[in-house]
Design a protein. Structure first.
Length: 325
């Protein structure tokens, strides 16, 4: 089969190589899946750089989220078991962790439903306890993680403020349903949030960016607000001033979604059922901005790493799949 492999660490566009390799052999408790679509996530780039908390042995195939097909023809969503990731024609995954792909979504959208939407659901509902009528501020609202949070916030009945960088991404955020869109390149984010909330600030802040975005979050969060820290796409990990959290009376909540797979997998299944129901009634639908063939995966991962994409980019390993999607 064909698969992208990383033999040395560095920028995805430089270290990912497409090669002809043997199909992976599933271990006990694993299944072999034909990859119908693989979604690109920021952690794929971090793994290529050696900067992710999971460091698979070299060489490895990136791709942490797929819609695959089992031997009996079932469409499933899975996190491939590294080092045999999803940017390949076949991958392996733990049988117990397979989730049925929602009928309402095609392969590319189904592949994009898992990590970003699970993270959003756990962050907004499990950690921040977002309530209808509250105001939700989402950083990087046009990105893969942010766009999921925007849709989930709207589905929960929140007023959603999206922060983006540039006019093109502002247009995407409006299309996703943001009630207010702030272009951080043209506007003062904190002042714009205060203006949109009559000076109160946001009840919940969803931050996959870190760095300067977190500093804005702390200034823009409301009394008894909650800041959900889900990642550091900016490359800068902030050091929050806890005295500020005390004086202003807000909570800083960390979210590492992957821990639920081992600590409480039943919650992951419950979340998937909730997401499937939302997708069935059209309340959420992953924004797949691009569908690229397997040969285009390295370039696409690099563009995601460089912040040049909106929504999700899906890799389709076969032309037959591309037509179906």
């Amino acid at each position: 089969m064909q698969a992208w492999q990383v033999h040395e660490l560095g920028e995805p566009g430089e270290v990912m190589r497409l090669a002809e390799v043997a199909r992976p052999e599933p271990a006990d408790g694993q299944v072999l899946l034909k990859v119908r679509a693989a979604n690109i996530n920021f952690p794929d780039a971090l793994m290529c750089r050696g900067q992710y908390q999971v460091r698979p042995p070299l060489p490895f195939t990136p791709g942490v989220e797929i819609c695959g097909e089992t031997g009996d023809g079932r469409r499933v969503i899975a996190n491939p078991a590294l080092p045999y990731g999803g940017f390949a024609e076949y991958a392996v995954a733990d049988a117990a962790a397979l989730l049925p792909a929602p009928e309402a979504l095609d392969d590319a959208a189904a592949a994009a439903l898992h990590i970003g939407y699970q993270t959003g659901w756990f962050g907004l509902h499990r950690r921040a306890r977002l309530e209808a009528g509250e105001t939700l501020l989402v950083h990087a609202a046009a990105g893969g993680v942010g766009s999921a949070a925007v849709q989930l916030g709207k589905a929960a009945g929140a007023t959603v403020i999206g922060v983006v960088g540039g006019a093109a991404k502002a247009s995407v955020a409006r299309g996703l349903g943001c009630d207010v869109v702030i272009d951080r390149r043209e506007q003062d984010v904190v002042a714009a949030v205060k203006e949109a909330t009559d000076g109160r600030g946001a009840d919940v802040v969803y931050d996959p960016v870190g760095g300067p975005a977190y500093a804005q979050s702390a200034k823009a969060v409301a009394f008894e607000g909650r800041i959900v820290v889900v990642g550091f796409a900016s490359g800068s990990i902030p050091s929050p001033a806890l005295n500020h959290a005390l004086v202003k009376n807000y909570a800083i909540l960390g979210l590492h979604w992957g821990l639920y797979n081992t600590r409480n997998p039943k919650l992951v299944q419950h979340c998937h059922e909730q997401l499937t129901a939302l997708a069935a009634r059209g309340a959420i639908k992953p924004l797949v901005s691009e569908r690229v063939p397997l040969a285009g995966a390295a370039d696409a991962v690099q563009r995601v790493a460089d912040g040049l994409t909106t929504g999700r980019v899906a890799v389709l390993p076969s032309t037959e799949n591309g037509a179906a999607a």
